[in-house]
Design a protein around this ligand. Structure first.
Ligand code: ATP
Ligand code: F6P
Length: 497
């Protein structure tokens, strides 16, 4: 996806509380999932480390000359770290997350990046919906480390609004007013970089997301990756919604521990399909829902009784096992011992002969993820490997751990988002099913011990294991919305905002 040596920085632009950090982490998670080296450099974190966290609005006053140089210092520190990171990874996408609200700041970034051979793409979030901004401050900013220990929400609101006023005083939207005649070429114009008066943002790549995407302005987006980022940004929204996942009910192949195929449900699998509509209606009440299944019989049979609109996706079909389709793990070990061992060595990259690898599945799922971002409530009824890939996208789980996630049968997972986190609820329907999870072996057949093993050995742990920072708790007696609730997990992003 990224040609060797390609270095792109997405430079966020916008007043405070415009969702810059939110967008930064979403884009970074999306690119990392697709296998692109990606890292967010949040200037706010540098400011908290270098100057301090608890600074009131006067620190952001454009007439506060001491603070201006401290802010510039933080911005350049972050830039330097970013250049070092590019040196280390050779190619990748950095996201430079700060307000970058003046032309002079952006020109400084452009000039530094041109010298270092890094392509710049500005990404502005512009929003004048004051109710939404207030909500952002109330829901997100008051829990920021900047206001740690401040109990009085009104004083947080007041201070943050004044911070925004300071930035607004000097704010210059990207691209100017669009009235300049369009110059030809790309910034900087040869032979030298222009003065600030001549710095023309019509010559640079940028995207402006206006009022959460009700309008988008796109300027000089040229590379494939930049256009993917723009397309992704067009599709993300902030409306509350849930995504539900379930594997199909137990299948006849599951009973025999066979891989792949297109079998029907087992008797217990049919019972699960019959019980599913009751659980989903208890979970969602009257909320609208669309069901996505694969094109294989077992998912269609599982969804059959659900009274919602349904859509089949070929991309949701199970990982193709090629030559090993229809075999058991024991068969594979006996008939293809080399391949069996190779799979354990690098399960994410291993491609079955005539079939697919986990990486292949991730890539074919990209349109599903893009569409998921655009949608409201969706329930996906799919397969073990496919759901691992989708789960890893939402929870930012890397390729080492992804292929070993536990996605048990007869269990519904419900993911609901908060600004910087995700609540996962797991509902187990009490109908027996076999366990199809195969743990990562501690010792590899071809020698060596696997580092960073995170998958549990016990076969009946009923939650996906992952190294993601998480608090897992048993639900309190009063909280379960359905009797099947088994576990609640709250994931919070570690970075500050
Ligand atoms: P700061 O400059 O103070 O760091 P920020 O622009 O990075 O602020 P975030 O911390 O990302 O703002 O704000 C998160 C909030 O913004 C979330 O509540 C999220 O729902 C909301 N949000 C996300 N995208 C947008 C958008 N395009 N416009 C406005 N708000 C958004
Ligand atoms: O005000 C929001 C913020 O993210 C601060 O936390 C951070 O110090 C600042 O923006 C960075 O932007 P600037 O380059 O304008 O100082």
């Amino acid at each position: 996806m990224l040609a060797g040596g390609t270095r792109i920085v997405v430079v966020m632009v916008g007043l405070p509380a415009r969702g810059k950090t939110y967008i930064s982490y979403k884009v970074s998670r999306y690119l990392a999932w697709l296998g692109v080296n990606c890292r967010v450099f949040n200037v706010g974190e540098y400011r908290r480390k270098l100057v301090g966290a608890k600074l009131d609005h006067t620190f952001f006053d454009p007439h506060n000359s001491v603070a201006i140089s401290q802010r510039l210092n933080c911005a350049t520190h972050a830039l330097q770290d970013m250049f070092e990171w590019f040196e280390a990874v050779h190619s990748g996408v950095a996201i430079y997350d700060a307000t970058n609200s003046t032309r002079s700041r952006r020109k400084m970034i452009m000039d530094e990046c041109s010298q270092q051979g890094v392509d710049v793409m500005f990404c502005e979030s512009w929003c004048d919906d004051s109710d939404l901004i207030d909500l952002n401050i109330r829901e997100v900013k008051r829990t920021s480390p900047d206001y740690k220990g401040v109990k009085d929400i009104d004083s947080v609101m007041e201070d943050f609004r004044r911070r925004i006023d300071h930035y607004s005083e000097v704010y210059e939207p990207v691209g100017g007013d669009g009235t300049r005649p369009l110059a030809k070429g790309k910034y900087p114009l040869p032979p030298t970089s222009p003065t600030i008066e001549d710095y023309d943002e019509q010559l640079v790549s940028y995207v402006r997301k206006i009022n959460v995407g009700s309008r988008m302005v796109i300027n000089r987006i040229t590379s494939y990756l930049e256009s993917r980022i723009v397309y992704f940004m067009m599709n993300i929204h902030i409306a509350p919604r849930s995504v539900l996942f379930s594997r199909h009910g137990e299948s006849l192949y599951n009973l025999d521990q066979r891989l792949g195929g297109d079998p029907s449900l087992s008797p217990n699998g049919r019972k699960y399909a019959e019980a599913l509509p009751g659980l989903i209606s208890r979970l969602l009440g009257d909320e609208p829902l669309t069901i996505w299944t694969s094109t294989l019989k077992r998912t269609a049979e599982t969804a059959a009784g659900l009274p919602y609109k349904k859509l089949q996706w070929k991309a949701l079909d199970e990982l193709e096992a090629g030559l090993c389709d229809g075999l058991t793990y024991e068969d594979v070990e006996r008939e293809y011992p080399e391949e069996y061992a190779m799979r354990d060595e690098n399960k994410f990259e291993f491609r079955y002969r005539g079939g697919e690898s986990y990486r292949d599945v991730v890539l074919r799922l990209e349109p599903v993820i893009m569409e998921l971002e655009r949608q409201q409530n969706i329930m996906i009824i799919s397969h073990q490997a496919v759901l691992r890939c989708i789960y890893a996208y939402f929870l930012d789980i890397g390729p080492e751990e992804l292929p070993y996630l536990k996605i048990p049968l007869h269990t519904v997972m419900k993911l609901t988002w908060t600004a910087y986190g995700c609540d996962i609820q797991m509902y187990k329907i009490d109908i027996d099913a076999v366990d199809t999870h195969r743990a990562k072996p501690k010792t590899l057949k071809r020698g060596g011990t696997i580092k960073g093993m995170t998958s549990g050995e016990s076969s009946n742990v009923s939650r996906p294991d992952s190294a993601t920072p998480a608090e897992i708790s048993r639900p309190a007696a009063a909280s379960p919305p359905a009797k099947e609730l088994l576990a609640v997990r709250t994931i919070k992003r570690e970075a500050e905002y």
